[in-house]
Design a protein around this ligand. Structure first.
Ligand SMILES: N[C@@H](CCC(=O)N[C@@H](CS)C(=O)NCC(=O)O)C(=O)O
Length: 209
């Protein structure tokens, strides 16, 4: 049994999507980041960084923070969505790191300056807007002629997809990135993706893209 501490955000959904894909039993603990629940002492004891998602694996007692590490741990433990063959495995890891180090943080900053606080910093809007466009172009080129980001469907796809689901927040029209749009729509059809998206709360229809 996995305890999942999460909220309805891209980083949280990565993990609920993987848990659904793996068909694991898990208990959801909603951490409402709008009320500051992520800074409560009982949550900080699980994730000292005070951010969602986090898990506790009741079988091993492991408490784990950082969505990328959680995806890696669960994929490794259950032998799925992360190839064993070293070259294929490292391709997946490369794209997982790309998401964790670039795609997620840059899109997150774009949300702050383009979606929540437009007009507060022309520099930040230009800087993060340009990074969003650059990163989508990188992903679009990678998906040319491919159905998934790195080989078969993997944790690299699950890491990126929930961020692309927020394309409206970072001002992207998926029509400008046809390979990303086709991949986004394909994954959107997966029942496990649809279930994982609605954790911890049902937020209604997933953007069509
Ligand atoms: N690198 C972390 C980022 C986690 C993160 O930024 N989570 C956001 C929600 S997507 C959060 O908890 N925000 C609350 C806050 O900033 O206090 C991960 O991938 O797990």
């Amino acid at each position: 049994m996995i305890d999942l501490y999460t909220w309805s955000t891209p980083n949280g959904r990565k993990v609920s999507i993987l848990l659904e894909e793996l068909g694991l039993d898990y208990q959801v603990h909603p951490i409402d980041i709008q009320t500051g629940a992520q800074k409560a002492p009982e949550f900080l004891a699980i994730n000292p960084n005070g951010r969602i998602p986090a898990i506790v694996d009741r079988e091993t007692g492991l408490a784990l923070m950082e969505s990328g590490a959680i995806l890696w741990y669960l994929a490794e433990k259950h032998g799925a969505f992360l190839p064993e063959e070293p070259a294929a495995r490292m391709q997946v890891m490369g794209w997982l790191m790309w998401q964790m180090g670039g795609f997620g943080p840059m899109l997150g900053q774009a949300h702050h300056f383009l979606h929540f606080n437009p007009g507060t910093s022309a520099y930040a809007e230009k800087r993060f807007g340009a990074e969003v466009t650059r990163l989508y172009a990188v992903l679009d080129a990678q998906l040319e002629g491919r159905t998934h980001i790195a080989g078969a469907y993997s944790i690299a796809d699950m890491a990126c997809w929930p961020w692309v689901a927020r394309h409206e927040w970072h001002g992207v029209n998926l029509a400008d990135f046809p390979n990303v749009r086709a991949w986004y729509r394909r994954l959107r059809e997966r029942p496990a993706v649809q279930r994982g998206y609605q954790v911890p709360t049902n937020v209604g229809e997933i953007p069509e893209g």
